[in-house]
Write a protein that binds this ligand. Structure first.
Ligand SMILES: [Zn+2]
Length: 90
């Protein structure tokens, strides 16, 4: 697990938070700041998310590449009220 506690004090956080609000809660606005704080790793499993180091998985359906995203994992259907909560990461 990566310590993400520096997120809110990141120099760009306030600006990104503002963009998140005016974009009707587009989570991708946070991506660059998140990647920087997490040192380009998944905060949970620490897999590298740097371009060129992204892991690929081959299956019968083809190759799947892991790409960084920070869309909230909560079910959007049941937890709509969390969509625009900028602290709803999980
Ligand atoms: Zn992970």
């Amino acid at each position: 697990m990566i310590d993400m506690s520096g997120l809110y004090s990141h120099k760009d956080y306030e600006e990104v938070l503002e963009r998140f609000k005016v974009s009707s809660c587009r989570w991708s606005e946070f991506l660059d700041v998140h990647l920087e704080v997490a040192k380009y790793r998944c905060p949970i499993c620490e897999i590298s998310l740097r371009e060129g180091e992204l892991k690929s998985r081959v299956s019968r359906r083809g190759t799947t590449t892991i790409e960084p995203t920070i869309d909230p994992l909560s079910s959007k259907k049941y937890y709509r009220f969390l969509k625009c909560n900028p602290k709803n990461y999980i």
